[in-house]
Every structure is written in structure tokens, then in C-alpha cells.
Design a protein around this ligand. Structure first.
Ligand code: MN
Length: 294
């Protein structure tokens, strides 16, 4: 049975420390769509002539959930307090599970900072069940070539997690998720089966599609209810979208900045642990940076 559209959320522009980004979630009075807490879409033309440490977001901690980045244009460099240092290009994914705490930085890569160019990413936050919030953190970069793809008639579906038409994604998250990145040509149709108790999100980066009969424009997010197991997407122009589907966690959410826990007490503990260095320390390196100008 086709899932019912519960709501369509258009993006709002938000200012993230000088960066103007599109935010479809939270939006319109919807705080989160369990287990998805936030969706950010950052699309920009970088001017170039910047040192790499002047672009993107410097070291900051996380606890209690997974911040995941899908890269569409340009490349993103991730460094973290566990010693990871990886650049992921277009079509790739930066997968991080913050668990009990990790400190990372997320920046357009050095070449993009220096030379400028198109940059487009989506970052979404997936909550973790209480039982896993204090697990050890892990990080995994996934290149486009390492992301299984299902090629259909006028469509390409990359399976990051979960299953689509018998193809299994590469990431095993701490709670069941289906995460797809999809490109479609006009006239193409894609049918996705998701487990029935899931909340499902379709976010359209670009183009025009209908989702179970509901038309979406650029930067609209469709929230599909937990009442069915089928999502049918039809494209009427060249379109790119993501489909995020997850089993609701159904626990209290207490969040503050980069921490997502179950109670206010746990948030205060997270602040204290972060200040005491218990979420690791990251000193970034920029080997290929041009010298400081005076
Ligand atoms: Mn972060």
C-alpha cells in the first residue's frame, strides 16, 4: 500500500555563521521526523583565493546521533579526533556516528578553497536509540564508486544504507534505515519499498517530481506517514532527490547545539564532558595551505 503524504515542508533559508543554507527540517512547526532530526542543504559557489582553514566548519564535538553528509558538487574534507582525515568527492558520503563523543571539522577541500567552484552538500542528522548513544564513535568515508547503484530506465539509485530492489547499501547503522540518492530523467518512475513502521522523507534538491501523487518543487521535503510500505516517484524534469526512511525511535529528545540526548541532565553532562576534553581533541593539519599573508 502507498504511504500517505503527511505534510510537505518547503525549505527556509537559515544563517549558519554567515553561510546561507536551505533548511527543510526543522521547519513549519515540525521539530523532527523521528528518527531524522535535521536536514541542511548547502549550495554555494565558492569564490576561491581562500586558505582551506577559512572555509567550512572548524573543530566541534558531537554526541548521541549520526551526522551524515551526502556530497553532490565539490569535495568535503573531514578530520576528526580519532585521527581520520578523508576527502569525499561528488556522489560520496561522509558517515559519522558520534556515539559518546567525537570532535571533527568539515570543510570544502583545499583545492576548492584555493580555486573556487561549485559546492553542494546535504547534511542530515539521524538520532540514535538511548541504548547506543554512549557507544564508541565511528567514521566512514564512502566514495561514489563504493556506493552500490541500481540503474533503471531513466533513473539511477545509489543505495547508501538499507535495501533497494535487492541491492544492499554499504552502511549498517545503529537502527534500521533506508537511505537512497536518486537521479531521474523526465518520464522515469521509481518505486521504493520501505518497512511499514518507517517514517519516510523525500527531499528534492532540483527538478520536478511527484511522490505518491503529490507534486514537489525544488527544495520541498515530503514527509510520508507510517501507514504503508510503498513510495512511487515520477519525474517530469531532470531531477535529483534523496529518500531517507527510518524506524522511529520513540524516545524523548533533548538537544542542544551539537548534542542530542534523551534528558536535560544528559545534555549538561555532554557540555561538561566536552569542556573536559572527553570528546577528543582535534588539531587540524593543512599541509598544502599557502603561507599566511601578512
Ligand atoms: Mn559536525
Amino acid at each position: 500500500m502507498q504511504k500517505t503524504i503527511k505534510k510537505v515542508l518547503p525549505s527556509t533559508k537559515v544563517d549558519m555563521g554567515g553561510l546561507l543554507i536551505d533548511q527543510p527540517l526543522p521547519s513549519q512547526g515540525v521539530d523532527y521526523i523521528d528518527p531524522f532530526l535535521l536536514v541542511h542543504h548547502w549550495q554555494d559557489t565558492l569564490p576561491g583565493n581562500r586558505r582551506p582553514q577559512e572555509v567550512g566548519v572548524g573543530p566541534h564535538p558531537h554526541r548521541g546521533f549520526s551526522p551524515v553528509t551526502f556530497v553532490f558538487k565539490g569535495s568535503v574534507r573531514h578530520q576528526d579526533s580519532l585521527g581520520h582525515d578523508a576527502v569525499v568527492g561528488p556522489g560520496g558520503t561522509q558517515w559519522m556516528f558520534a556515539g559518546r563523543g567525537i570532535t571533527h571539522s568539515e570543510r570544502p577541500d583545499s583545492q576548492l578553497a584555493k580555486e573556487g567552484g561549485e559546492f553542494e552538500i546535504i547534511q542530515f542528522w539521524v538520532n540514535a536509540p538511548a541504548v547506543h548513544k554512549m557507544d564508541p564513535p565511528f567514521y566512514r568515508p564512502i566514495a561514489m564508486e563504493d556506493t552500490p547503484a541500481v540503474i533503471g530506465k531513466g533513473s539511477t539509485v545509489h543505495v547508501v544504507s538499507g535495501e533497494y530492489e535487492g541491492t544492499q547499501g554499504v552502511v549498517t547503522p545503529v537502527s534500521p534505515l533506508t537511505l537512497l540518492r536518486v537521479g531521474m530523467e523526465p518520464g522515469a518512475t521509481v518505486n521504493v519499498s520501505v518497512p511499514e513502521p518507517h517514517n519516510t522523507i523525500v527531499y528534492l534538491l532540483e527538478g520536478k517530481i511527484s511522490v505518491n501523487g503529490q507534486t514537489l518543487s525544488d527544495k520541498d521535503l515530503a514527509w510520508l506517514d507510517r501507514d504503508g510500505d510503498e513510495v512511487q516517484i515520477e519525474a517530469s524534469s531532470d531531477s535529483r532527490f534523496i529518500l531517507l526512511s527510518g524506524e522511529p525511535i520513540e524516545e524523548p529528545v533533548a538537544s542542544y547545539g551539537p548534542f542530542v540526548m534523551n534528558t536535560e541532565t544528559e545534555i549538561l553532562e555532554a557540555l561538561r564532558d566536552s569542556q573536559q576534553g572527553k570528546m577528543g581533541v582535534l588539531v587540524e593539519t593543512f599541509e598544502d595551505a599557502p603561507p599566511f599573508w601578512p
